[in-house]
Design a protein around this ligand. Structure first.
Ligand code: MG
Ligand code: MG
Length: 248
């Protein structure tokens, strides 16, 4: 069942989203050559806790940190650690926060120093694919209109959509129904209704779509070693269209 949120719940989710967005912005400002992903994790946790919220990922199925930090060919679920960032890297940061029982979830891929033209284009296209998906969050549209829009933008640019990991409903749980794939057939799936809150999160590879999981049990990488990008927003379907909750 897809749970629709009341105006009161949406108001709390605006706060969860705002805190998540603030943490992601501050982490983005801290990204730079020589910085470790463990340092970025501490930055994120400080922002979240200072706002009176808690990091949503820490302890989630045993995940050890407040952010997922996925570098270059890593797609999602990278564990922060002692690795230093180098110029030319791209770093995907995924952050979640919970306050008053409700979650926010957002991700962005940051360039480190000067990056390749291909990396720049991958970031631009992945961000654009997220925007195209969000634009379908209108009452009366169908769920797979979202994935179809994401897929169209990504594949037109010559990139691939990861199939194994998808967006999701969000609210009192970080992952609620429905799954929100980043691919699909337009005009299919459940009808979108006011009060539904969805985390839309295209994971787009510069090469092939295939991914594999590493032995750490978390990190997911592209099978062909190509770069991958990840952008995510938590979005509520309102009477007059989509409202992005993970904005400051
Ligand atoms: Mg996320
Ligand atoms: Mg998510």
């Amino acid at each position: 069942m897809i749970v629709r949120k009341s105006p009161t719940e949406i108001e709390i989710m605006r706060e969860a989203g705002r805190i998540t967005a603030e943490a992601l912005r501050v982490v983005g400002e801290a990204v730079g050559v020589g910085v470790t992903t463990a340092e970025l994790d501490r930055v994120a946790e400080n922002v979240i806790r200072s706002a009176g919220a808690a990091p949503a990922f820490k302890g989630y199925h045993g995940f050890p940190a407040s952010i997922c930090a996925s570098l270059n060919n890593e797609v999602v679920h990278g564990i922060p650690g002692a690795r230093k960032l180098h110029t030319g890297d791209i770093l995907s940061v995924d952050i979640g926060a919970i306050i008053d029982g409700y979650y926010g979830d957002s991700a962005m891929t940051f360039p480190v120093g000067e990056v390749s033209e291909e990396a720049k284009r991958l970031l631009d296209v992945t961000r654009a694919s997220l925007e195209a998906g969000i634009a379908k969050c209108i009452e009366g549209m169908r769920l797979h209109d979202i994935g179809h829009a994401v897929q169209t933008v990504a594949e037109r640019a010559g990139f691939s959509v990861v199939r194994e990991y998808v967006g999701h409903g969000i609210g009192r749980e970080m992952h609620e129904e429905p799954n929100v794939p980043n691919f699909g057939q337009a005009g299919t799936g459940p009808a979108l209704k006011r009060g539904m809150v969805l985390a839309i999160e295209p994971m787009i590879n510069a090469g092939g779509a295939a991914v594999v999981s590493l032995a750490d049990g978390w990190t997911v990488v592209t099978r062909d070693g190509s770069l991958s990008a990840h952008f995510e927003h938590t979005v509520v379907i309102m009477e007059n269209g989509p409202e992005i909750l993970t904005l400051e």
